[in-house]
Design a protein around this ligand. Sequence first.
Ligand SMILES: Cc1cc2nc3c(=O)[nH]c(=O)nc-3n(C[C@H](O)[C@H](O)[C@H](O)COP(=O)(O)OP(=O)(O)OC[C@H]3O[C@@H](n4cnc5c(N)ncnc54)[C@H](O)[C@@H]3O)c2cc1C
Length: 507
Amino acid sequence: MIKTDILIIGSGIAGLFFALKTAQKRPDLSIVIMTKGSAERTNTQMAQGGIAVVTDLVNDSFEKHIEDTLQSGGGHCDENIVNMVIRQAPQRLKELIALGTSFDKNQEGNWDLGLEGGHSHNRILHHKDSSGLEIEQSLLRSLENMPNIHLLEHHLVIDLNTEKRDETVCSGAFYYDQSNNQIKYINSRTIVLCTGGSGQIFENTTNPEIATGDGVAMAERLGLEIEDMQYIQFHPTALYAGEKNPFFLISEAVRGFGAHVVNKDEKRFLFKYDSRGELATRDIVSQGISMEMQQSQTDHVYLDCRHLDKTAFYKHFPVITAHCNKLGLYPEKDLIPIVPAAHYQCGGIKVDENGATKIKNLYAIGECSRTGLHGKNRLASNSLLEAIVFAHQASENICNTIKEFPFSIKVFVPQLPFAKIKTECEKTNALKKELQNIMTTFYTNEDSDINNIKAKVERIKNATVAMINRSEIILPVIELSNMITTAQIVIKQCTIERKNTTDFLFN
Ligand SMILES: Cc1cc2nc3c(=O)[nH]c(=O)nc-3n(C[C@H](O)[C@H](O)[C@H](O)COP(=O)(O)OP(=O)(O)OC[C@H]3O[C@@H](n4cnc5c(N)ncnc54)[C@H](O)[C@@H]3O)c2cc1C
């Protein structure tokens, strides 16, 4: 059994930024980061658009960013949290830059600020159209200089362990070490869940295969509060060509740059739904596209970039244009086929302003958490920001409180036998696809038969539990089991919401 002062689960922006800040402040603490794939395989590295921060205090202001966030959140944001995150943003941005992340500047040497839907001003700092990759790589590079951080790749955390002292505390975690195919236990004084989102529960998603809702499912099994999971954000412009899982994203910044959304007759239609047209918030644009697809009986619409300056477009979006070109699509002359796809989990594990859950030494930060920043619909490029602000908050809090949490003296020997790799992958994949299909039907169709949906998910669950009992193909089965738990939470919370509102789709 290994032990560590702090166990971080996940190697995206939330986990890495938290680890680096904490290691700098408290070199005396040992920190382990476990991640179930290779370190870079995260939602973070997929981010294109960038990070929303007010840096231009002449034309923009914190108040305007706050107002845009509240408006996008549809009256469901926690105003104190919105204030805290947006006012703290410049300080956290400085730290991110100090850790080696670079953002683009214009010819005058000022930040080249992008515009995205729902923002009243250009305020998105970006690194071309691969901002997330730049952040992920720079943070991983910084990790190399930190002797008190140990990064363990291909370590899947299965469940957290709690014990009763004066109150219930988290004392460690069971995990699957894929390098030697064993289930093991780690003893830890504090645990930070940074497990990201759950887009993979849907058929159409921009999220990579790691986004299976593991943190939410683990927290649910501990009886923690999970909130706002009915608010899954669908991104309006996933590329409807090439790879289908995940869908390749065409960043919101492309619409900010001036691209139009058009139907099969090459007509713009979004002004029917909002006076901001293409630059309305994602919920509105996704809903408008979905209505247009229904009315015109088509399975996609298009992004029209043909009127834009080709040189500037290719310079600003090298990754997107290269990807399109590879598929034979040339934005300067072709319409780009697009559909809405599940993109971001606005809800998650309920935490306070320090990222702390109801279990005092268990924290959740990043996309797996529900902080109150996003409300019903996240404002574009506010999630990378949320991750670094809450990483800071949690880090400060943990450095001050960890002395209250000694190591557990109990020794846990995992009860599960060694994992056996079996050949039932096909069965797991089939169940996963079925779940994704059911969830897409359920989420995008308010009239779906809820009892039928629940029964189907229950049947998938029973088949999965049977596989777990036979301890087969541990990683995909554990992930599938977490996806089912997360899907059931989404179904439950959506059903309640749908009873209370008539206008819910894509919120
Ligand atoms: C295509 C795309 C584009 C985006 N663009 C933007 C953008 O421009 N701006 C913006 O603000 N946001 C954007 N987002 C959203 C943003 O990228 C994410 O919300 C953010 O990166 C989440 O960071 P995170 O650290 O919480 O999780 P992630 O970066 O997803 O990291 C999760 C980590 O947890 C690990 N993990 C999960 N479960 C387990 C387990 N059981 N055991 C061990 N490890 C586990 C994973 O392996 C991974 O390392 C985008 C998202 C996508 C998918």
